[in-house]
Design a protein around this ligand. Structure first.
Ligand SMILES: Cc1cc2nc3c(=O)[nH]c(=O)nc-3n(C[C@H](O)[C@H](O)[C@H](O)COP(=O)(O)O)c2cc1C
Length: 224
């Protein structure tokens, strides 16, 4: 696929076929994605590729904790809630997804089902958990680097007919993920990427999120 076509076509996938993803294909994707740039070539990422029984245990643990009201636990500080334009964009994608899924605004049960689906990483057959060494904290630069490899993974997967969704929901109970993905204590969990073959009949998979116009976030200086 041409690069531009690939970038324009990719979107987050939240419904998957149960078909397993061959390990060789995941290895190819990682081999491409690790070409990402990183600060001073530190390559601060670790990728924990999880499938099968351990991934099911993570889904179960996440679900049980969330149902029991266990407070989400992340390995690094997070902003609690978005405001202003960021909040508006957050709402816009949620509205698009709920409309596609036929979930009414006041349908609390279906909304809760959707949220729980996220904690199960959308039942994807594979999850790649991204971590970095704790000694890198304060790690904004390393987190930036993990973002670069994440996008590479999503694009290289899409090129091979695989869908992905980077998701914070899957790692919100970081102790559960750490235990079942066997993540060493000296690493911080950043995020995870659910991956699998897209279910063509899953309506949320058709959602194309919107982007701000260039005027909203780009400034050109010295061109006049
Ligand atoms: C760091 C990060 C965390 C995300 N967490 C979630 C999540 O928990 N649940 C979810 O459904 N999507 C999640 N997403 C996907 C975004 O909602 C999605 O990328 C955004 O709406 C743009 O849509 P697109 O990926 O289809 O272009 C996350 C994306 C990123 C980059």
């Amino acid at each position: 696929m041409e690069f531009e076509e690939l970038v324009r076509a990719r979107r987050s996938i939240r419904g998957y076929k149960p078909d397993p993803v061959p390990r060789a294909v995941i290895e190819e994707i990682i081999a491409v994605a690790k070409g990402a740039p990183s600060s001073m070539n530190t390559q601060p990422w670790y990728l924990h590729v999880v499938t099968g029984v351990p991934l099911d245990r993570i889904r179960k643990g996440n679900t049980e904790n969330m149902v029991a009201g266990v407070k989400p636990k992340r390995d690094f500080p997070m902003k609690e809630a978005y405001e202003g334009v960021h909040r508006q964009r957050q709402i816009e994608i949620a509205v698009q997804l709920f409309e596609a899924m036929g979930i009414a605004r006041d349908d609390k049960e279906k909304r809760m089902d959707w949220v729980m689906r996220g904690f199960r990483q959308f039942d994807a057959p594979v999850s790649i958990v991204l971590t970095y060494d704790k000694i890198l904290e304060p790690a904004a630069i390393s987190q930036f680097d993990l973002g670069a490899i994440s996008y590479g993974i999503c694009l290289a997967a899409w090129e091979r007919g695989l869908g992905t969704v980077i998701n914070g929901q899957g790692i919100m109970q970081s102790d559960v993920v750490r235990e079942h993905a066997r993540i060493p204590d000296d690493q911080n969990i950043m995020t995870c990427i659910a991956m699998g073959y897209p279910d063509e009949d899953f309506s949320a998979n058709t959602v194309k999120s919107r982007r701000a116009g260039g005027d909203d976030f780009v400034s050109y200086v010295g061109f006049e």
